[in-house]
Design a protein around this ligand. Structure first.
Ligand code: ADP
Ligand code: MG
Length: 388
């Protein structure tokens, strides 16, 4: 059964289509540092251009908290998008209630970007009146902003009450690929969870443990597990509060959890995880662990990865993460990677086009994998059930 409309269900020729994207990208001195989120929206925008729609783009950038912040204007985003899509993208600085005439002057197949939507304090309150004003600019609404779909904000949630709405191609790809993992993954299915804060990953581990054949762990969080097993962890990062959480996971899912067997210490030596010295910190998983993970993964049909294996920002402690990325990219399986830092590591290794899905959501991906319903997706579904 379909849960929401998709782009291709509609004839959008000459229609004013408001597309909510997530261009909350890294910036430096007024320039876009990483344009992967902009590139991820190109299939939807190209489709709409070819379909002859008049495209109005809405995004947020940074955290202006309802105020106008000069450095957070969307002009550099419009410029970068224009370069990538190969046609001029105009930016209007006009406020939402004054922008209508400029929008009505748009030619079919052309693109106009509005100002940072978080300059308006109403946005993050999911204000209905504000959503109605925004909706009045267009005849149709497309959500292609998976990365903000876990937020109950006007431009992703309330707006669907006022316009026929559908998912963009990126949002649809994220939802179908991640949705299949939770509902009906091809087996064997292995999840790999790393990163630092175990607390934030516990709900994901719990939900995936029901579905996955094995859960391989890495990153700083492994030390809480060793501590829970009564092992010495030296100066490695351990959250005291995390030890009982780790113990709980081990008790419940001990047949599924796979922990690394060796770690790389801050003095660059590798040791067995049973013999970490008191004065050393573990900063990456060791080569023997990587080999064990690689052989486990060989028969994988589905792999989901969130969280780096080590302190990858500091060489050579990126080795575990980068080697694992290479191993996963060579499997013939559905391979999905998510999480802000993990995706950054994969991009740095130049491997992002070798995965089935590099999820554009950080928090949204994690909440989805916890099994939560994302508010903006629920809103799209309601719109669909109403028949728009
Ligand atoms: P993601 O954003 O991909 O979900 P997290 O935010 O959970 O990932 O964690 C990423 C952080 O964890 C990175 O900044 C990395 O440096 C840190 N980290 C991973 N392993 C270690 C370790 N052994 N010691 C210290 N920090 C680590
Ligand atoms: Mg992170």
């Amino acid at each position: 059964m379909k849960e929401f409309f998709s782009l291709k269900d509609f004839d959008l020729r000459n229609k004013r289509v408001l597309v909510r994207v997530d261009y909350n990208v890294q910036m430096e001195k007024g320039r876009v540092l990483n344009d992967s989120r902009i590139r991820a929206s190109l299939p939807t925008l190209r489709y709409l251009c070819d379909a002859g729609a008049k495209i109005i783009i809405v995004t947020h950038l940074g955290r202006p908290d309802g105020k106008q912040v000069e450095e957070l204007r969307t002009d550099p985003l419009a410029k970068r998008l224009g370069e990538l899509i190969g046609t001029e993208v105009r930016k209007t600085g006009l406020p939402i209630d004054k922008a209508k005439p400029e929008i009505e002057g748009l030619k079919s197949g052309s693109i106009l970007m509005l100002e940072n939507i978080r300059f308006y304090p109403e946005e993050e309150k999911n204000d209905r009146e504000f959503a109605k004003k925004l909706a009045a600019l267009a005849e149709f609404y497309v959500n292609d902003a998976f990365g903000v779909s876990h937020r109950d904000n006007s431009s992703v949630s309330a707006i669907t009450e006022f316009l026929p709405s559908c998912a963009g191609l990126l949002l649809e790809k994220e939802l179908t690929t991640l949705g299949k993992i939770l509902q009906n993954p091809e087996k064997p299915f292995y999840a790999i969870i790393g990163g630092a804060k175990l607390e934030t990953k516990i709900p994901v581990i719990e939900n995936l443990a029901r579905i996955a054949d094995k859960i391989l762990l890495g990153g700083a969080m492994i030390f809480s597990f060793y501590k829970a097993q009564g092992l010495e962890t030296g100066q490695s990062l351990v959250g005291e509060k995390e030890i009982p959480l780790a113990k709980g996971i081990l008790d419940k899912f001990k047949d599924k959890i796979v922990l690394p067997i060796d770690v790389v210490l801050d003095d660059l030596t590798s040791v067995d995880t049973k013999s970490i010295p008191k004065d050393a910190a573990g900063l990456d998983i060791g080569i023997r662990s990587i080999r064990t993970f690689a052989s486990t993964l060989q028969d994988a049909k589905t792999v989901l990865w969130n969280g780096p294996m080590g302190k990858f920002e500091q060489k050579p402690f990126d080795a575990g993460t980068t080697t694992l990325a290479r191993i996963i990219s060579q499997l013939s399986a559905t391979t999905i990677v998510g999480g802000g830092e993990t995706v950054a590591a994969i991009e740095a290794a130049g491997l992002s086009d070798r995965f089935t899905l590099v999820s554009t959501g950080g928090g949204a991906t994690l909440e989805f994998l916890e099994g939560k319903e994302l508010p903006a997706i629920a809103a799209l579904r309601k719109n669909y059930l109403r028949g728009a």
